[in-house]
Design a protein around this ligand. Structure first.
Ligand code: NAD
Length: 389
């Protein structure tokens, strides 16, 4: 397809954004992140053993990662080499060999290395302001609540927890201890997804007439915790279907009033405990519907909106990048950023300036209410389940 002049060039985009206030500050930070990822070998390499961000600057908050699995290792730690407002100050791990490896690789002081038994002693550590919970889903609530009790701000990975009750307890604990809580919904500060929100909100192609969101992948190792109900709390829906719920809400600008869902299972052994594929339809107060699919057995990664006078979509939409955006008037042209770095920086900035982050615990709890309603609809053979959010 011929590239449309409808979309601003990258330079124009930066200029347009930087004329705003908070968003400008923020997007120019994103651009510098992109620039450093492209041009600075010291900052972009994931394999070098140089100090990550220590020693701290006075204008940076210290962050500790809890759980050093694939997301921490492959995405968050590299992103923390690029952050401006926070840095990797500590780790919490149950594996002594990982502690040593990370200590060396990221120059983490011995006193900032914790395990799951002495985790609560973080209360005495002034180097650490933010705890980032990157554990299996069913452990999110406990480690968030304990972090809040230690007086630390918390970023918790998605899904926020495995039940609405847990989400409420996490929100209450953070409120009681006067700390901020964010959920790892990294796409809210990602330019292509932000453009989807703008096109919908400003009705650039007219009112929306339909949304179609699909996110699925073929899951490997049958012994992993994602297939264990006790640790995961659910299957594809909890893990990646949650992105389609998120996208339906931030594209429509509404919250659903009901849901209808159906589950499909082709491998009853591998998926004996959790869902494999779910199709669901969210209905919004305006009458708009979002048709969503999620799967652990099929690959898709789409966010598409149909409107009165055209359409716009991302495919892929939910990955770490590169993302690809198109509209009925041509391609989107936005910088590819390190989404996690921007999100963590924004959270640190919100803490320092006592501002609200978009990706609140309340938003995480809303999504869990929708997830519970989807499972209820499946249990009740596709009955339409009403939502009061
Ligand atoms: P992972 O399996 O790679 O890592 C999990 C970590 O938890 C490991 O370090 C493991 O040692 C530790 N752990 C502690 N107790 C455990 C137990 N009882 N069983 C299993 N592991 C235990 O998982 P991951 O892919 O890093 O996912 C961690 C969290 O991050 C999940 O909640 C997931 O949904 C979320 N995640 C988010 C994104 C995103 O894009 N926002 C991407 C990937 C994962």
């Amino acid at each position: 397809m011929k590239k449309s002049t409808y979309y601003p060039t990258r330079r124009k985009f930066v200029k347009r954004i930087s004329q705003g206030t908070g968003a400008g500050l923020f997007l120019s930070a994103s651009m510098s992140l992109l620039g450093s990822a492209c041009s600075s070998p010291n900052q972009s390499s994931e394999t070098t053993s140089e100090a990550s961000a220590a020693p701290a600057r006075k204008d940076q908050l210290g962050l500790a990662l809890v759980g050093l699995g694939s997301y921490s290792n492959g995405q968050l730690a590299p992103a923390l080499k690029q952050t401006e407002k926070c840095y990797l100050a500590g780790i919490v791990t149950g594996t002594p060999s990982k502690a040593q490896e990370w200590k060396q690789k990221y120059n983490i002081p011995e006193g900032n290395i914790y395990n799951y038994d002495n985790y609560d002693e973080l209360v005495n550590n002034d180097d650490i302001d933010i705890i980032y919970v990157v554990l299996p889903n069913s452990m999110h609530a406990e480690y968030t609540i304990r972090a809040a009790k230690a007086g630390k701000h918390v970023m918790c990975e998605k899904p926020m927890a495995v039940s609405v009750d847990e989400c409420q307890q996490m929100i209450d604990a953070c409120h009681k201890n006067n700390v901020k809580l964010a959920v790892g919904y990294r796409l809210h500060y990602e330019p292509f997804n932000q453009e989807i929100m703008r096109l919908a909100e400003e009705q650039v192609f007219g009112s929306l007439t339909g949304i179609q969101n699909n996110f699925g992948f073929t899951i490997g190792d049958p012994t992993q915790w994602r297939l264990d109900y006790e640790l995961a709390g659910g299957g594809a829906l909890m893990d990646v279907g949650i992105y389609t719920i998120q996208a339906a809400c931030y594209t429509s600008g509404e919250e659903p009033i009901s849901v209808v869902a159906k589950e499909f299972k082709t491998d009853t052994e591998k998926f004996s405990e959790v869902d494999e594929t779910i199709h669901f339809t969210l209905t919004f107060p305006s009458g708009l519907k979002a048709e969503c699919k999620t799967s652990y057995n099929q690959n898709y990664n789409l966010l598409r909106a149909e409107a009165e006078n055209g359409w716009f979509q991302l495919d892929p939409a939910y990955h770490y990048g590169p993302l690809i955006g198109e509209t009925s008037k041509g391609a989107m042209d936005f910088p590819q950023i390190r989404e996690q770095a921007v999100h963590m920086d924004r959270f640190a900035e919100c803490i320092m300036q006592d501002e609200a982050i978009k990706t609140t615990g309340e938003m995480g709890m809303r999504d869990m209410k929708i997830i519970e309603a989807i499972y209820q609809s499946i249990e009740e053979n596709g009955r339409e389940v009403a939502l009061a959010l």
